[in-house]
Ligand binder design. Structure first.
Ligand code: DGL
Length: 254
């Protein structure tokens, strides 16, 4: 990697950082992306929050020592538990960008929707506050999953189907939309869409987090993304394919 290039580190327990990484790559291909994952320690949604904070701090220090100009928490769970202590420690020198479940855009368009997330995110005060601020008067159901992120991480197609079926079973039948409040979930948006009634909209935060990251890094995003955004085959499902992963692997420093 060149000395002058802008470098951002993305932090997640695992594959959940890929949708955000891909958006950053698409919007600003000149930005170097450092992928910080925790294969030994995931899934984070089931771990003690203090433990997650410690692991995220170790990864943030690693990213700083490898020349990151910004750190994006491409993970809802880590954002909830670690965003404030990280900002205290690293900002203003190193901007910390957090992922927020897409409750606000969903509430702007829909009356009844669900938020799917890990257990930690689902029971967090942070999500409760987000809903009360941005979804007043909306009918919002929060549904936690104990294992969808783990099944996605393992690439277990049968396990993914079963975990999605459990989430659908706990979601009111008349929702108009589902907010994917775990960054792993967009990777299986095709499976999720197949199990939900036709027309249910899916919301995730990857593009918004990528754009906010570039703003904090003072990098103008490419304007030429209309075709990309409209291409539903992108829907991150493609990121599961090995050829889609290649560029990401090449950008990993270690
Ligand atoms: N991708 C993470 C999130 O957005 C967490 C997955 C996990 O490790 O439990 O919450």
């Amino acid at each position: 990697m060149s000395e002058t290039a802008k470098r951002v580190a993305l932090i997640d327990s695992g594959k959940g950082l890929l949708p955000t990484a891909k958006w950053i790559h698409r919007l600003a291909p000149e930005v170097e992306v450092l992928l910080e994952t925790d294969p030994e320690g995931g899934p984070w949604g089931e771990r003690d929050p203090g433990d997650v904070v410690e692991r995220v701090f170790a990864m943030a220090r690693h990213a700083r020592d490898h020349g990151a100009n910004a750190i994006a928490l491409a993970c809802n769970t880590a954002s909830i538990v670690a965003r404030e202590p990280l900002r205290e420690q690293f900002e203003p020198r190193l901007p910390i960008i957090a992922t927020v479940p897409a409750v606000k855009p969903a509430a702007a368009r829909h009356q009844r929707f669900a938020v799917w997330a890990t257990a930690t995110t689902a029971r967090s005060e942070y999500l409760e506050d987000l809903i009360s601020v941005f979804a007043t008067g909306r009918d919002v159901s929060v549904v936690g999953s104990h294992d969808l992120a783990a099944q996605i991480e393992a690439g277990d197609e049968a396990g993914i189907e079963t975990a999605v079926q459990h989430l659908v079973a706990e979601t009111p039948k008349d929702v108009e939309a589902v907010v994917l409040g775990c960054t792993h979930y967009p990777l299986v948006s095709d499976v999720i869409a197949r199990h939900l009634p036709e027309g249910v909209a899916l919301f995730d935060s990857a593009e918004a987090v990528a754009r906010q990251t570039l703003r904090r890094m003072r990098i103008a995003p490419s304007a030429d993304v209309a075709a990309f955004a409209a291409d539903s085959s992108f829907a991150a499902a493609g990121v599961r394919r090995a050829d889609e992963l290649e560029w990401a692997i090449r950008h990993h420093l270690d």
